[in-house]
Design a binder for this molecule. Structure first.
Ligand SMILES: *Cc1c(COP(=O)(O)O)cnc(C)c1O
Length: 421
């Protein structure tokens, strides 16, 4: 036996095995976790506390843009933390300015506000809409924000209200005033809602929507719907707000989800992939609606030097390593493979859809099988997948995923399905 290997490998003799009971004794019971404790990662691979290897097609739920332990990200955060990691927005933060400038140069936005998560970015957008309604839209007293059914916008009180799914709202009433819901991709329903919500000082001030619904089942927006939506907003003085938290930062093969739809929002939000797994959120908007003034909104951690250095590195790496091309090619490759599996098991699967590296595979509603069943089976074969609701499997690997890794993931999935089907 090679002694060097014995000394360096995580040894079950010297390290206590991970104990979920001990974990659950002190961590709040808010997640239905899978029985897996992850210890380290590299690229698109992860290893659990027992040394078992997994191919990661979850990426921290569409967050680890550059995968795990990417050399550029390691270098950026290491050198930044040695220099300065946090000061407060009482002062100018050069890294924040650099990240904002990159985002403005590479999007339709003119101004950026930084916070720490997707929900917070959406909260900032909701506040901006209300301020705009009160100050610009004829002092509108009761602005309503329309959102889509099956949407997901976060877990704060305002964002669960914005989220068009009862399961996230139940038990947390009273919800926040000023929201109404329309079915996704349905222009008639939208026009009716705008007409219905229009009396005196109450009218629709904004439509907040995902270019592709992620959590709600990986449902891409319809091109004609979004073109019409933009027109309706222009004609009625309504702000168009896109939640780009999951689909932004190259996930769809374009930098922003809205580029797939040929329209620009007035306001949009970003978070998950923006700093590759370091907590960050951003709310971006055009100058025409940048109505916040000093004191209107703030965040202690928002845009600190550490996260901004990470964000800037993620974005520069996407550019320098031509990652968008990889997302397009690997996404196409993955959909071809998934469609072949779906064709082989037509009783089990009804649809494969997505853009770039956010893809969903929908399970037939007539079968008892759920997305969680397949996720668990794939996990035991070494492939990590995420559910998007009870009937859709979600594939959101790091954007650096290789051709061989997409092949391997498809092979594992096929093995899993052949055992189930
Ligand atoms: C994940 C997600 C959010 C919430 O982001 P958090 O960082 O968890 O607050 C909001 N909107 C969309 C579209 C998301 O996918």
């Amino acid at each position: 036996m090679n002694q060097a290997i014995v000394v360096n490998s995580p040894s079950i003799d010297t390290k206590a095995a991970f104990d979920s009971d001990t974990f659950n004794a002190s961590v709040m019971n808010t997640y239905g976790r899978f029985p897996l404790a992850i210890e380290k990662g590299e690229g698109c691979l992860l290893w659990d506390t027992e040394g078992k290897e997994y191919l990661d097609f979850v990426a921290g739920i569409a967050t680890c843009t550059l995968g795990h332990a990417h050399p550029a990200l390691i270098e950026a955060v290491t050198s930044q933390i040695k220099k300065l990691h946090h000061v407060s927005n009482l002062y100018y933060i050069p890294e924040q300015g650099e990240l904002a400038q990159w985002l403005v140069d590479h999007s339709c936005a003119d101004k950026v506000f930084f916070c720490n998560s997707g929900a917070e970015a959406n909260e900032a957008a909701i506040k901006l809409v209300r301020k705009y309604a009160h100050t610009v839209l004829d002092f509108l007293e009761q602005p309503v924000i329309l959102t889509a059914k099956s949407s997901f916008h976060g877990r704060t009180l305002a964002t669960i209200t914005a989220t068009g799914q009862e399961k996230y709202q139940k038990g947390f009433e009273p919800l926040v005033d000023g929201f109404a819901y329309v079915p996704y991709n349905d222009i008639t329903a939208l026009e009716n809602a705008i007409a219905d919500i229009d009396e005196g000082n109450r009218r629709v001030a904004a439509i907040m929507i995902e270019p592709l619904q992620g959590e709600g089942g990986v449902r891409p927006g319809d091109l004609p719907y979004f073109l019409r939506l933009r027109k309706i907003c222009d004609e009625n003085n309504i702000l168009l707000v896109f939640d780009e938290v999951q689909v932004g930062i190259g996930r769809t093969g374009k930098l922003w989800g809205y580029e797939n739809l040929g329209v620009e929002p007035d306001i949009f939000t970003s978070a998950k992939g923006l700093a590759g797994g370091i907590p960050i959120g951003a709310m971006l908007c055009k100058d025409s609606c940048a109505v916040f003034e000093p004191g209107n909104h703030a965040s202690t951690f928002g845009g600190n030097p550490f996260v901004c250095a990470a964000g800037l590195t993620v974005l520069q790496t996407i550019e320098q390593e031509s990652i968008l091309q990889n997302v397009q090619a690997r996404g196409e490759q993955l959909r071809v493979k998934l469609r072949a599996i779906a064709l082989k098991y037509p009783d089990l699967f009804v649809d494969v859809r997505g853009w770039g590296l956010i893809n969903g595979m929908e399970i037939n509603s007539d079968v008892e099988l759920t997305s969680i069943d397949i996720v668990k089976a794939a996990m035991s074969e070494g492939l990590l997948l995420a559910p998007a609701g009870t009937k859709v499997l979600r594939f959101v690997p790091p954007l650096i995923v290789s051709e061989a890794e997409v092949d391997r993931a498809s092979e594992i999935l096929e093995t899993v399905i052949s055992k189930i089907g």
